[in-house]
Write a protein that binds this ligand. Structure first.
Ligand SMILES: Nc1ncnc2c1ncn2[C@@H]1O[C@H](COP(=O)(O)OP(=O)(O)O)[C@@H](O)[C@H]1O
Ligand SMILES: [Mg+2]
Length: 301
């Protein structure tokens, strides 16, 4: 329904087709080639409900259909990166757009959000914001709308999906914007004037804290102490959820002037909170973070 509506508005979306039988996938592949993407039409999130197919897999399609999963198939878009445009709209008709961000994905799941999207052509950024504002207006959105976009290899923008709510791609706004997405959502639904979407720092990076494949022995509260010992300026948000592999259990936000350095700090902090391991070789010694030049037996004292 979303795809049809967006296409109806004249917006570019990946080529797609509904799937009622395994043959529908083969027919789509005959026209568009492999690889392609099979998607659950509803109920999917964090890449659950998305299957990348490099060749025919009629058993998978038959099994999903038999389990009652409504499916569609679409072209695997060859892209530079993924972007998101976040806007808010009030019933009064006021609208506000944040700077366009880059969303970094791993295994179909967002792991980092870089605000603003590094090196994005200003014309493309405006185009993405205008697209999101137009969708919000046409669909009469009240509150937050996140538009997930693909920046295709030719530089064109395709709309992947919409989220009509505060969204993971906007968590960075809590510290990184004068008005957070949550405050803006409340302002919008209450029909208050919307707040400014100005950044609070030149570079803001949000990194998700994902449950590790095996939960670390060190408790999460102790991990939080260590993360603040090393990065006192990184902001930590924990959702109070049990740690399960790849589950989003929290996020961190780092702010600064050097985008690469801010991203490095956010990534290290999030990885540490997930795994109790510093990805750059630091280790914990008597409660203090020290470099890995310390001999192993001393590290473990
Ligand atoms: N047509 C596509 N071409 C290439 N990658 C895709 C395509 N559709 C989805 N993906 C990848 O899978 C991720 C998850 O798909 P998405 O449709 O956004 O589902 P959800 O976020 O609800 O799990 C996307 O962010 C992207 O990385
Ligand atoms: Mg998505």
């Amino acid at each position: 329904v979303m795809r049809e509506r967006l296409a109806g508005l004249g917006l570019a979306v990946p080529d797609y087709a509904p799937v009622h039988a395994p043959d529908d996938v083969e027919r789509f592949a005959a026209a568009h080639g492999w690889p392609l993407v099979l998607k659950a039409v509803r109920g999917g999130y964090d890449g659950r409900g998305v299957w990348m197919l490099t060749g025919p897999d009629p058993e998978l399609v038959a099994r999903l259909l038999a389990a009652g999963t409504p499916l569609m198939v679409e072209r695997a878009v060859s892209m530079r990166r993924e972007l998101a445009a976040l806007v808010a709209r009030s019933p009064f008709g006021q609208a506000a757009a944040w700077p366009v961000v880059e969303t970094v994905q791993a295994d179909g799941q967002c792991v980092q959000v870089l605000a603003p999207a590094p090196g994005l052509d200003p014309g493309v950024a405006v185009q993405a914001q205008e697209m999101a504002l137009r969708i919000a207006t046409e669909l009469e959105v009240t509150g937050l709308l996140a538009v997930e976009l693909f920046e295709a290899d030719d530089g064109g923008l395709l709309v992947n999906e919409l989220a009509m709510r505060p969204h993971n791609s906007g968590h960075w706004t809590i510290e990184g914007s004068r008005t957070s997405q949550f405050e803006q959502h409340l302002r919008a639904v209450l029909d208050y004037p919307l707040g400014t979407t100005e950044l609070t720092a030149p570079a803001v990076v949000m990194a998700n804290v994902l449950g590790a494949a095996e939960a670390p022995v060190m408790g999460l509260d102790e991990r939080v102490h260590h993360v603040f010992a090393r990065f006192p300026d990184v902001r930590v948000h924990l959702y109070g959820k049990a740690e399960r592999p790849a589950r989003k259990v929290g996020h961190v936000t780092a702010l600064g002037t050097d985008a690469a350095e801010v991203r490095r700090r956010a990534a290290l902090a999030a990885h540490w909170l997930s795994t109790a391991e510093w990805a750059d070789g630091w280790s914990i010694h008597l409660g203090a973070a020290v470099r890995d030049s310390v001999p192993k037996q001393v590290e473990h004292a």
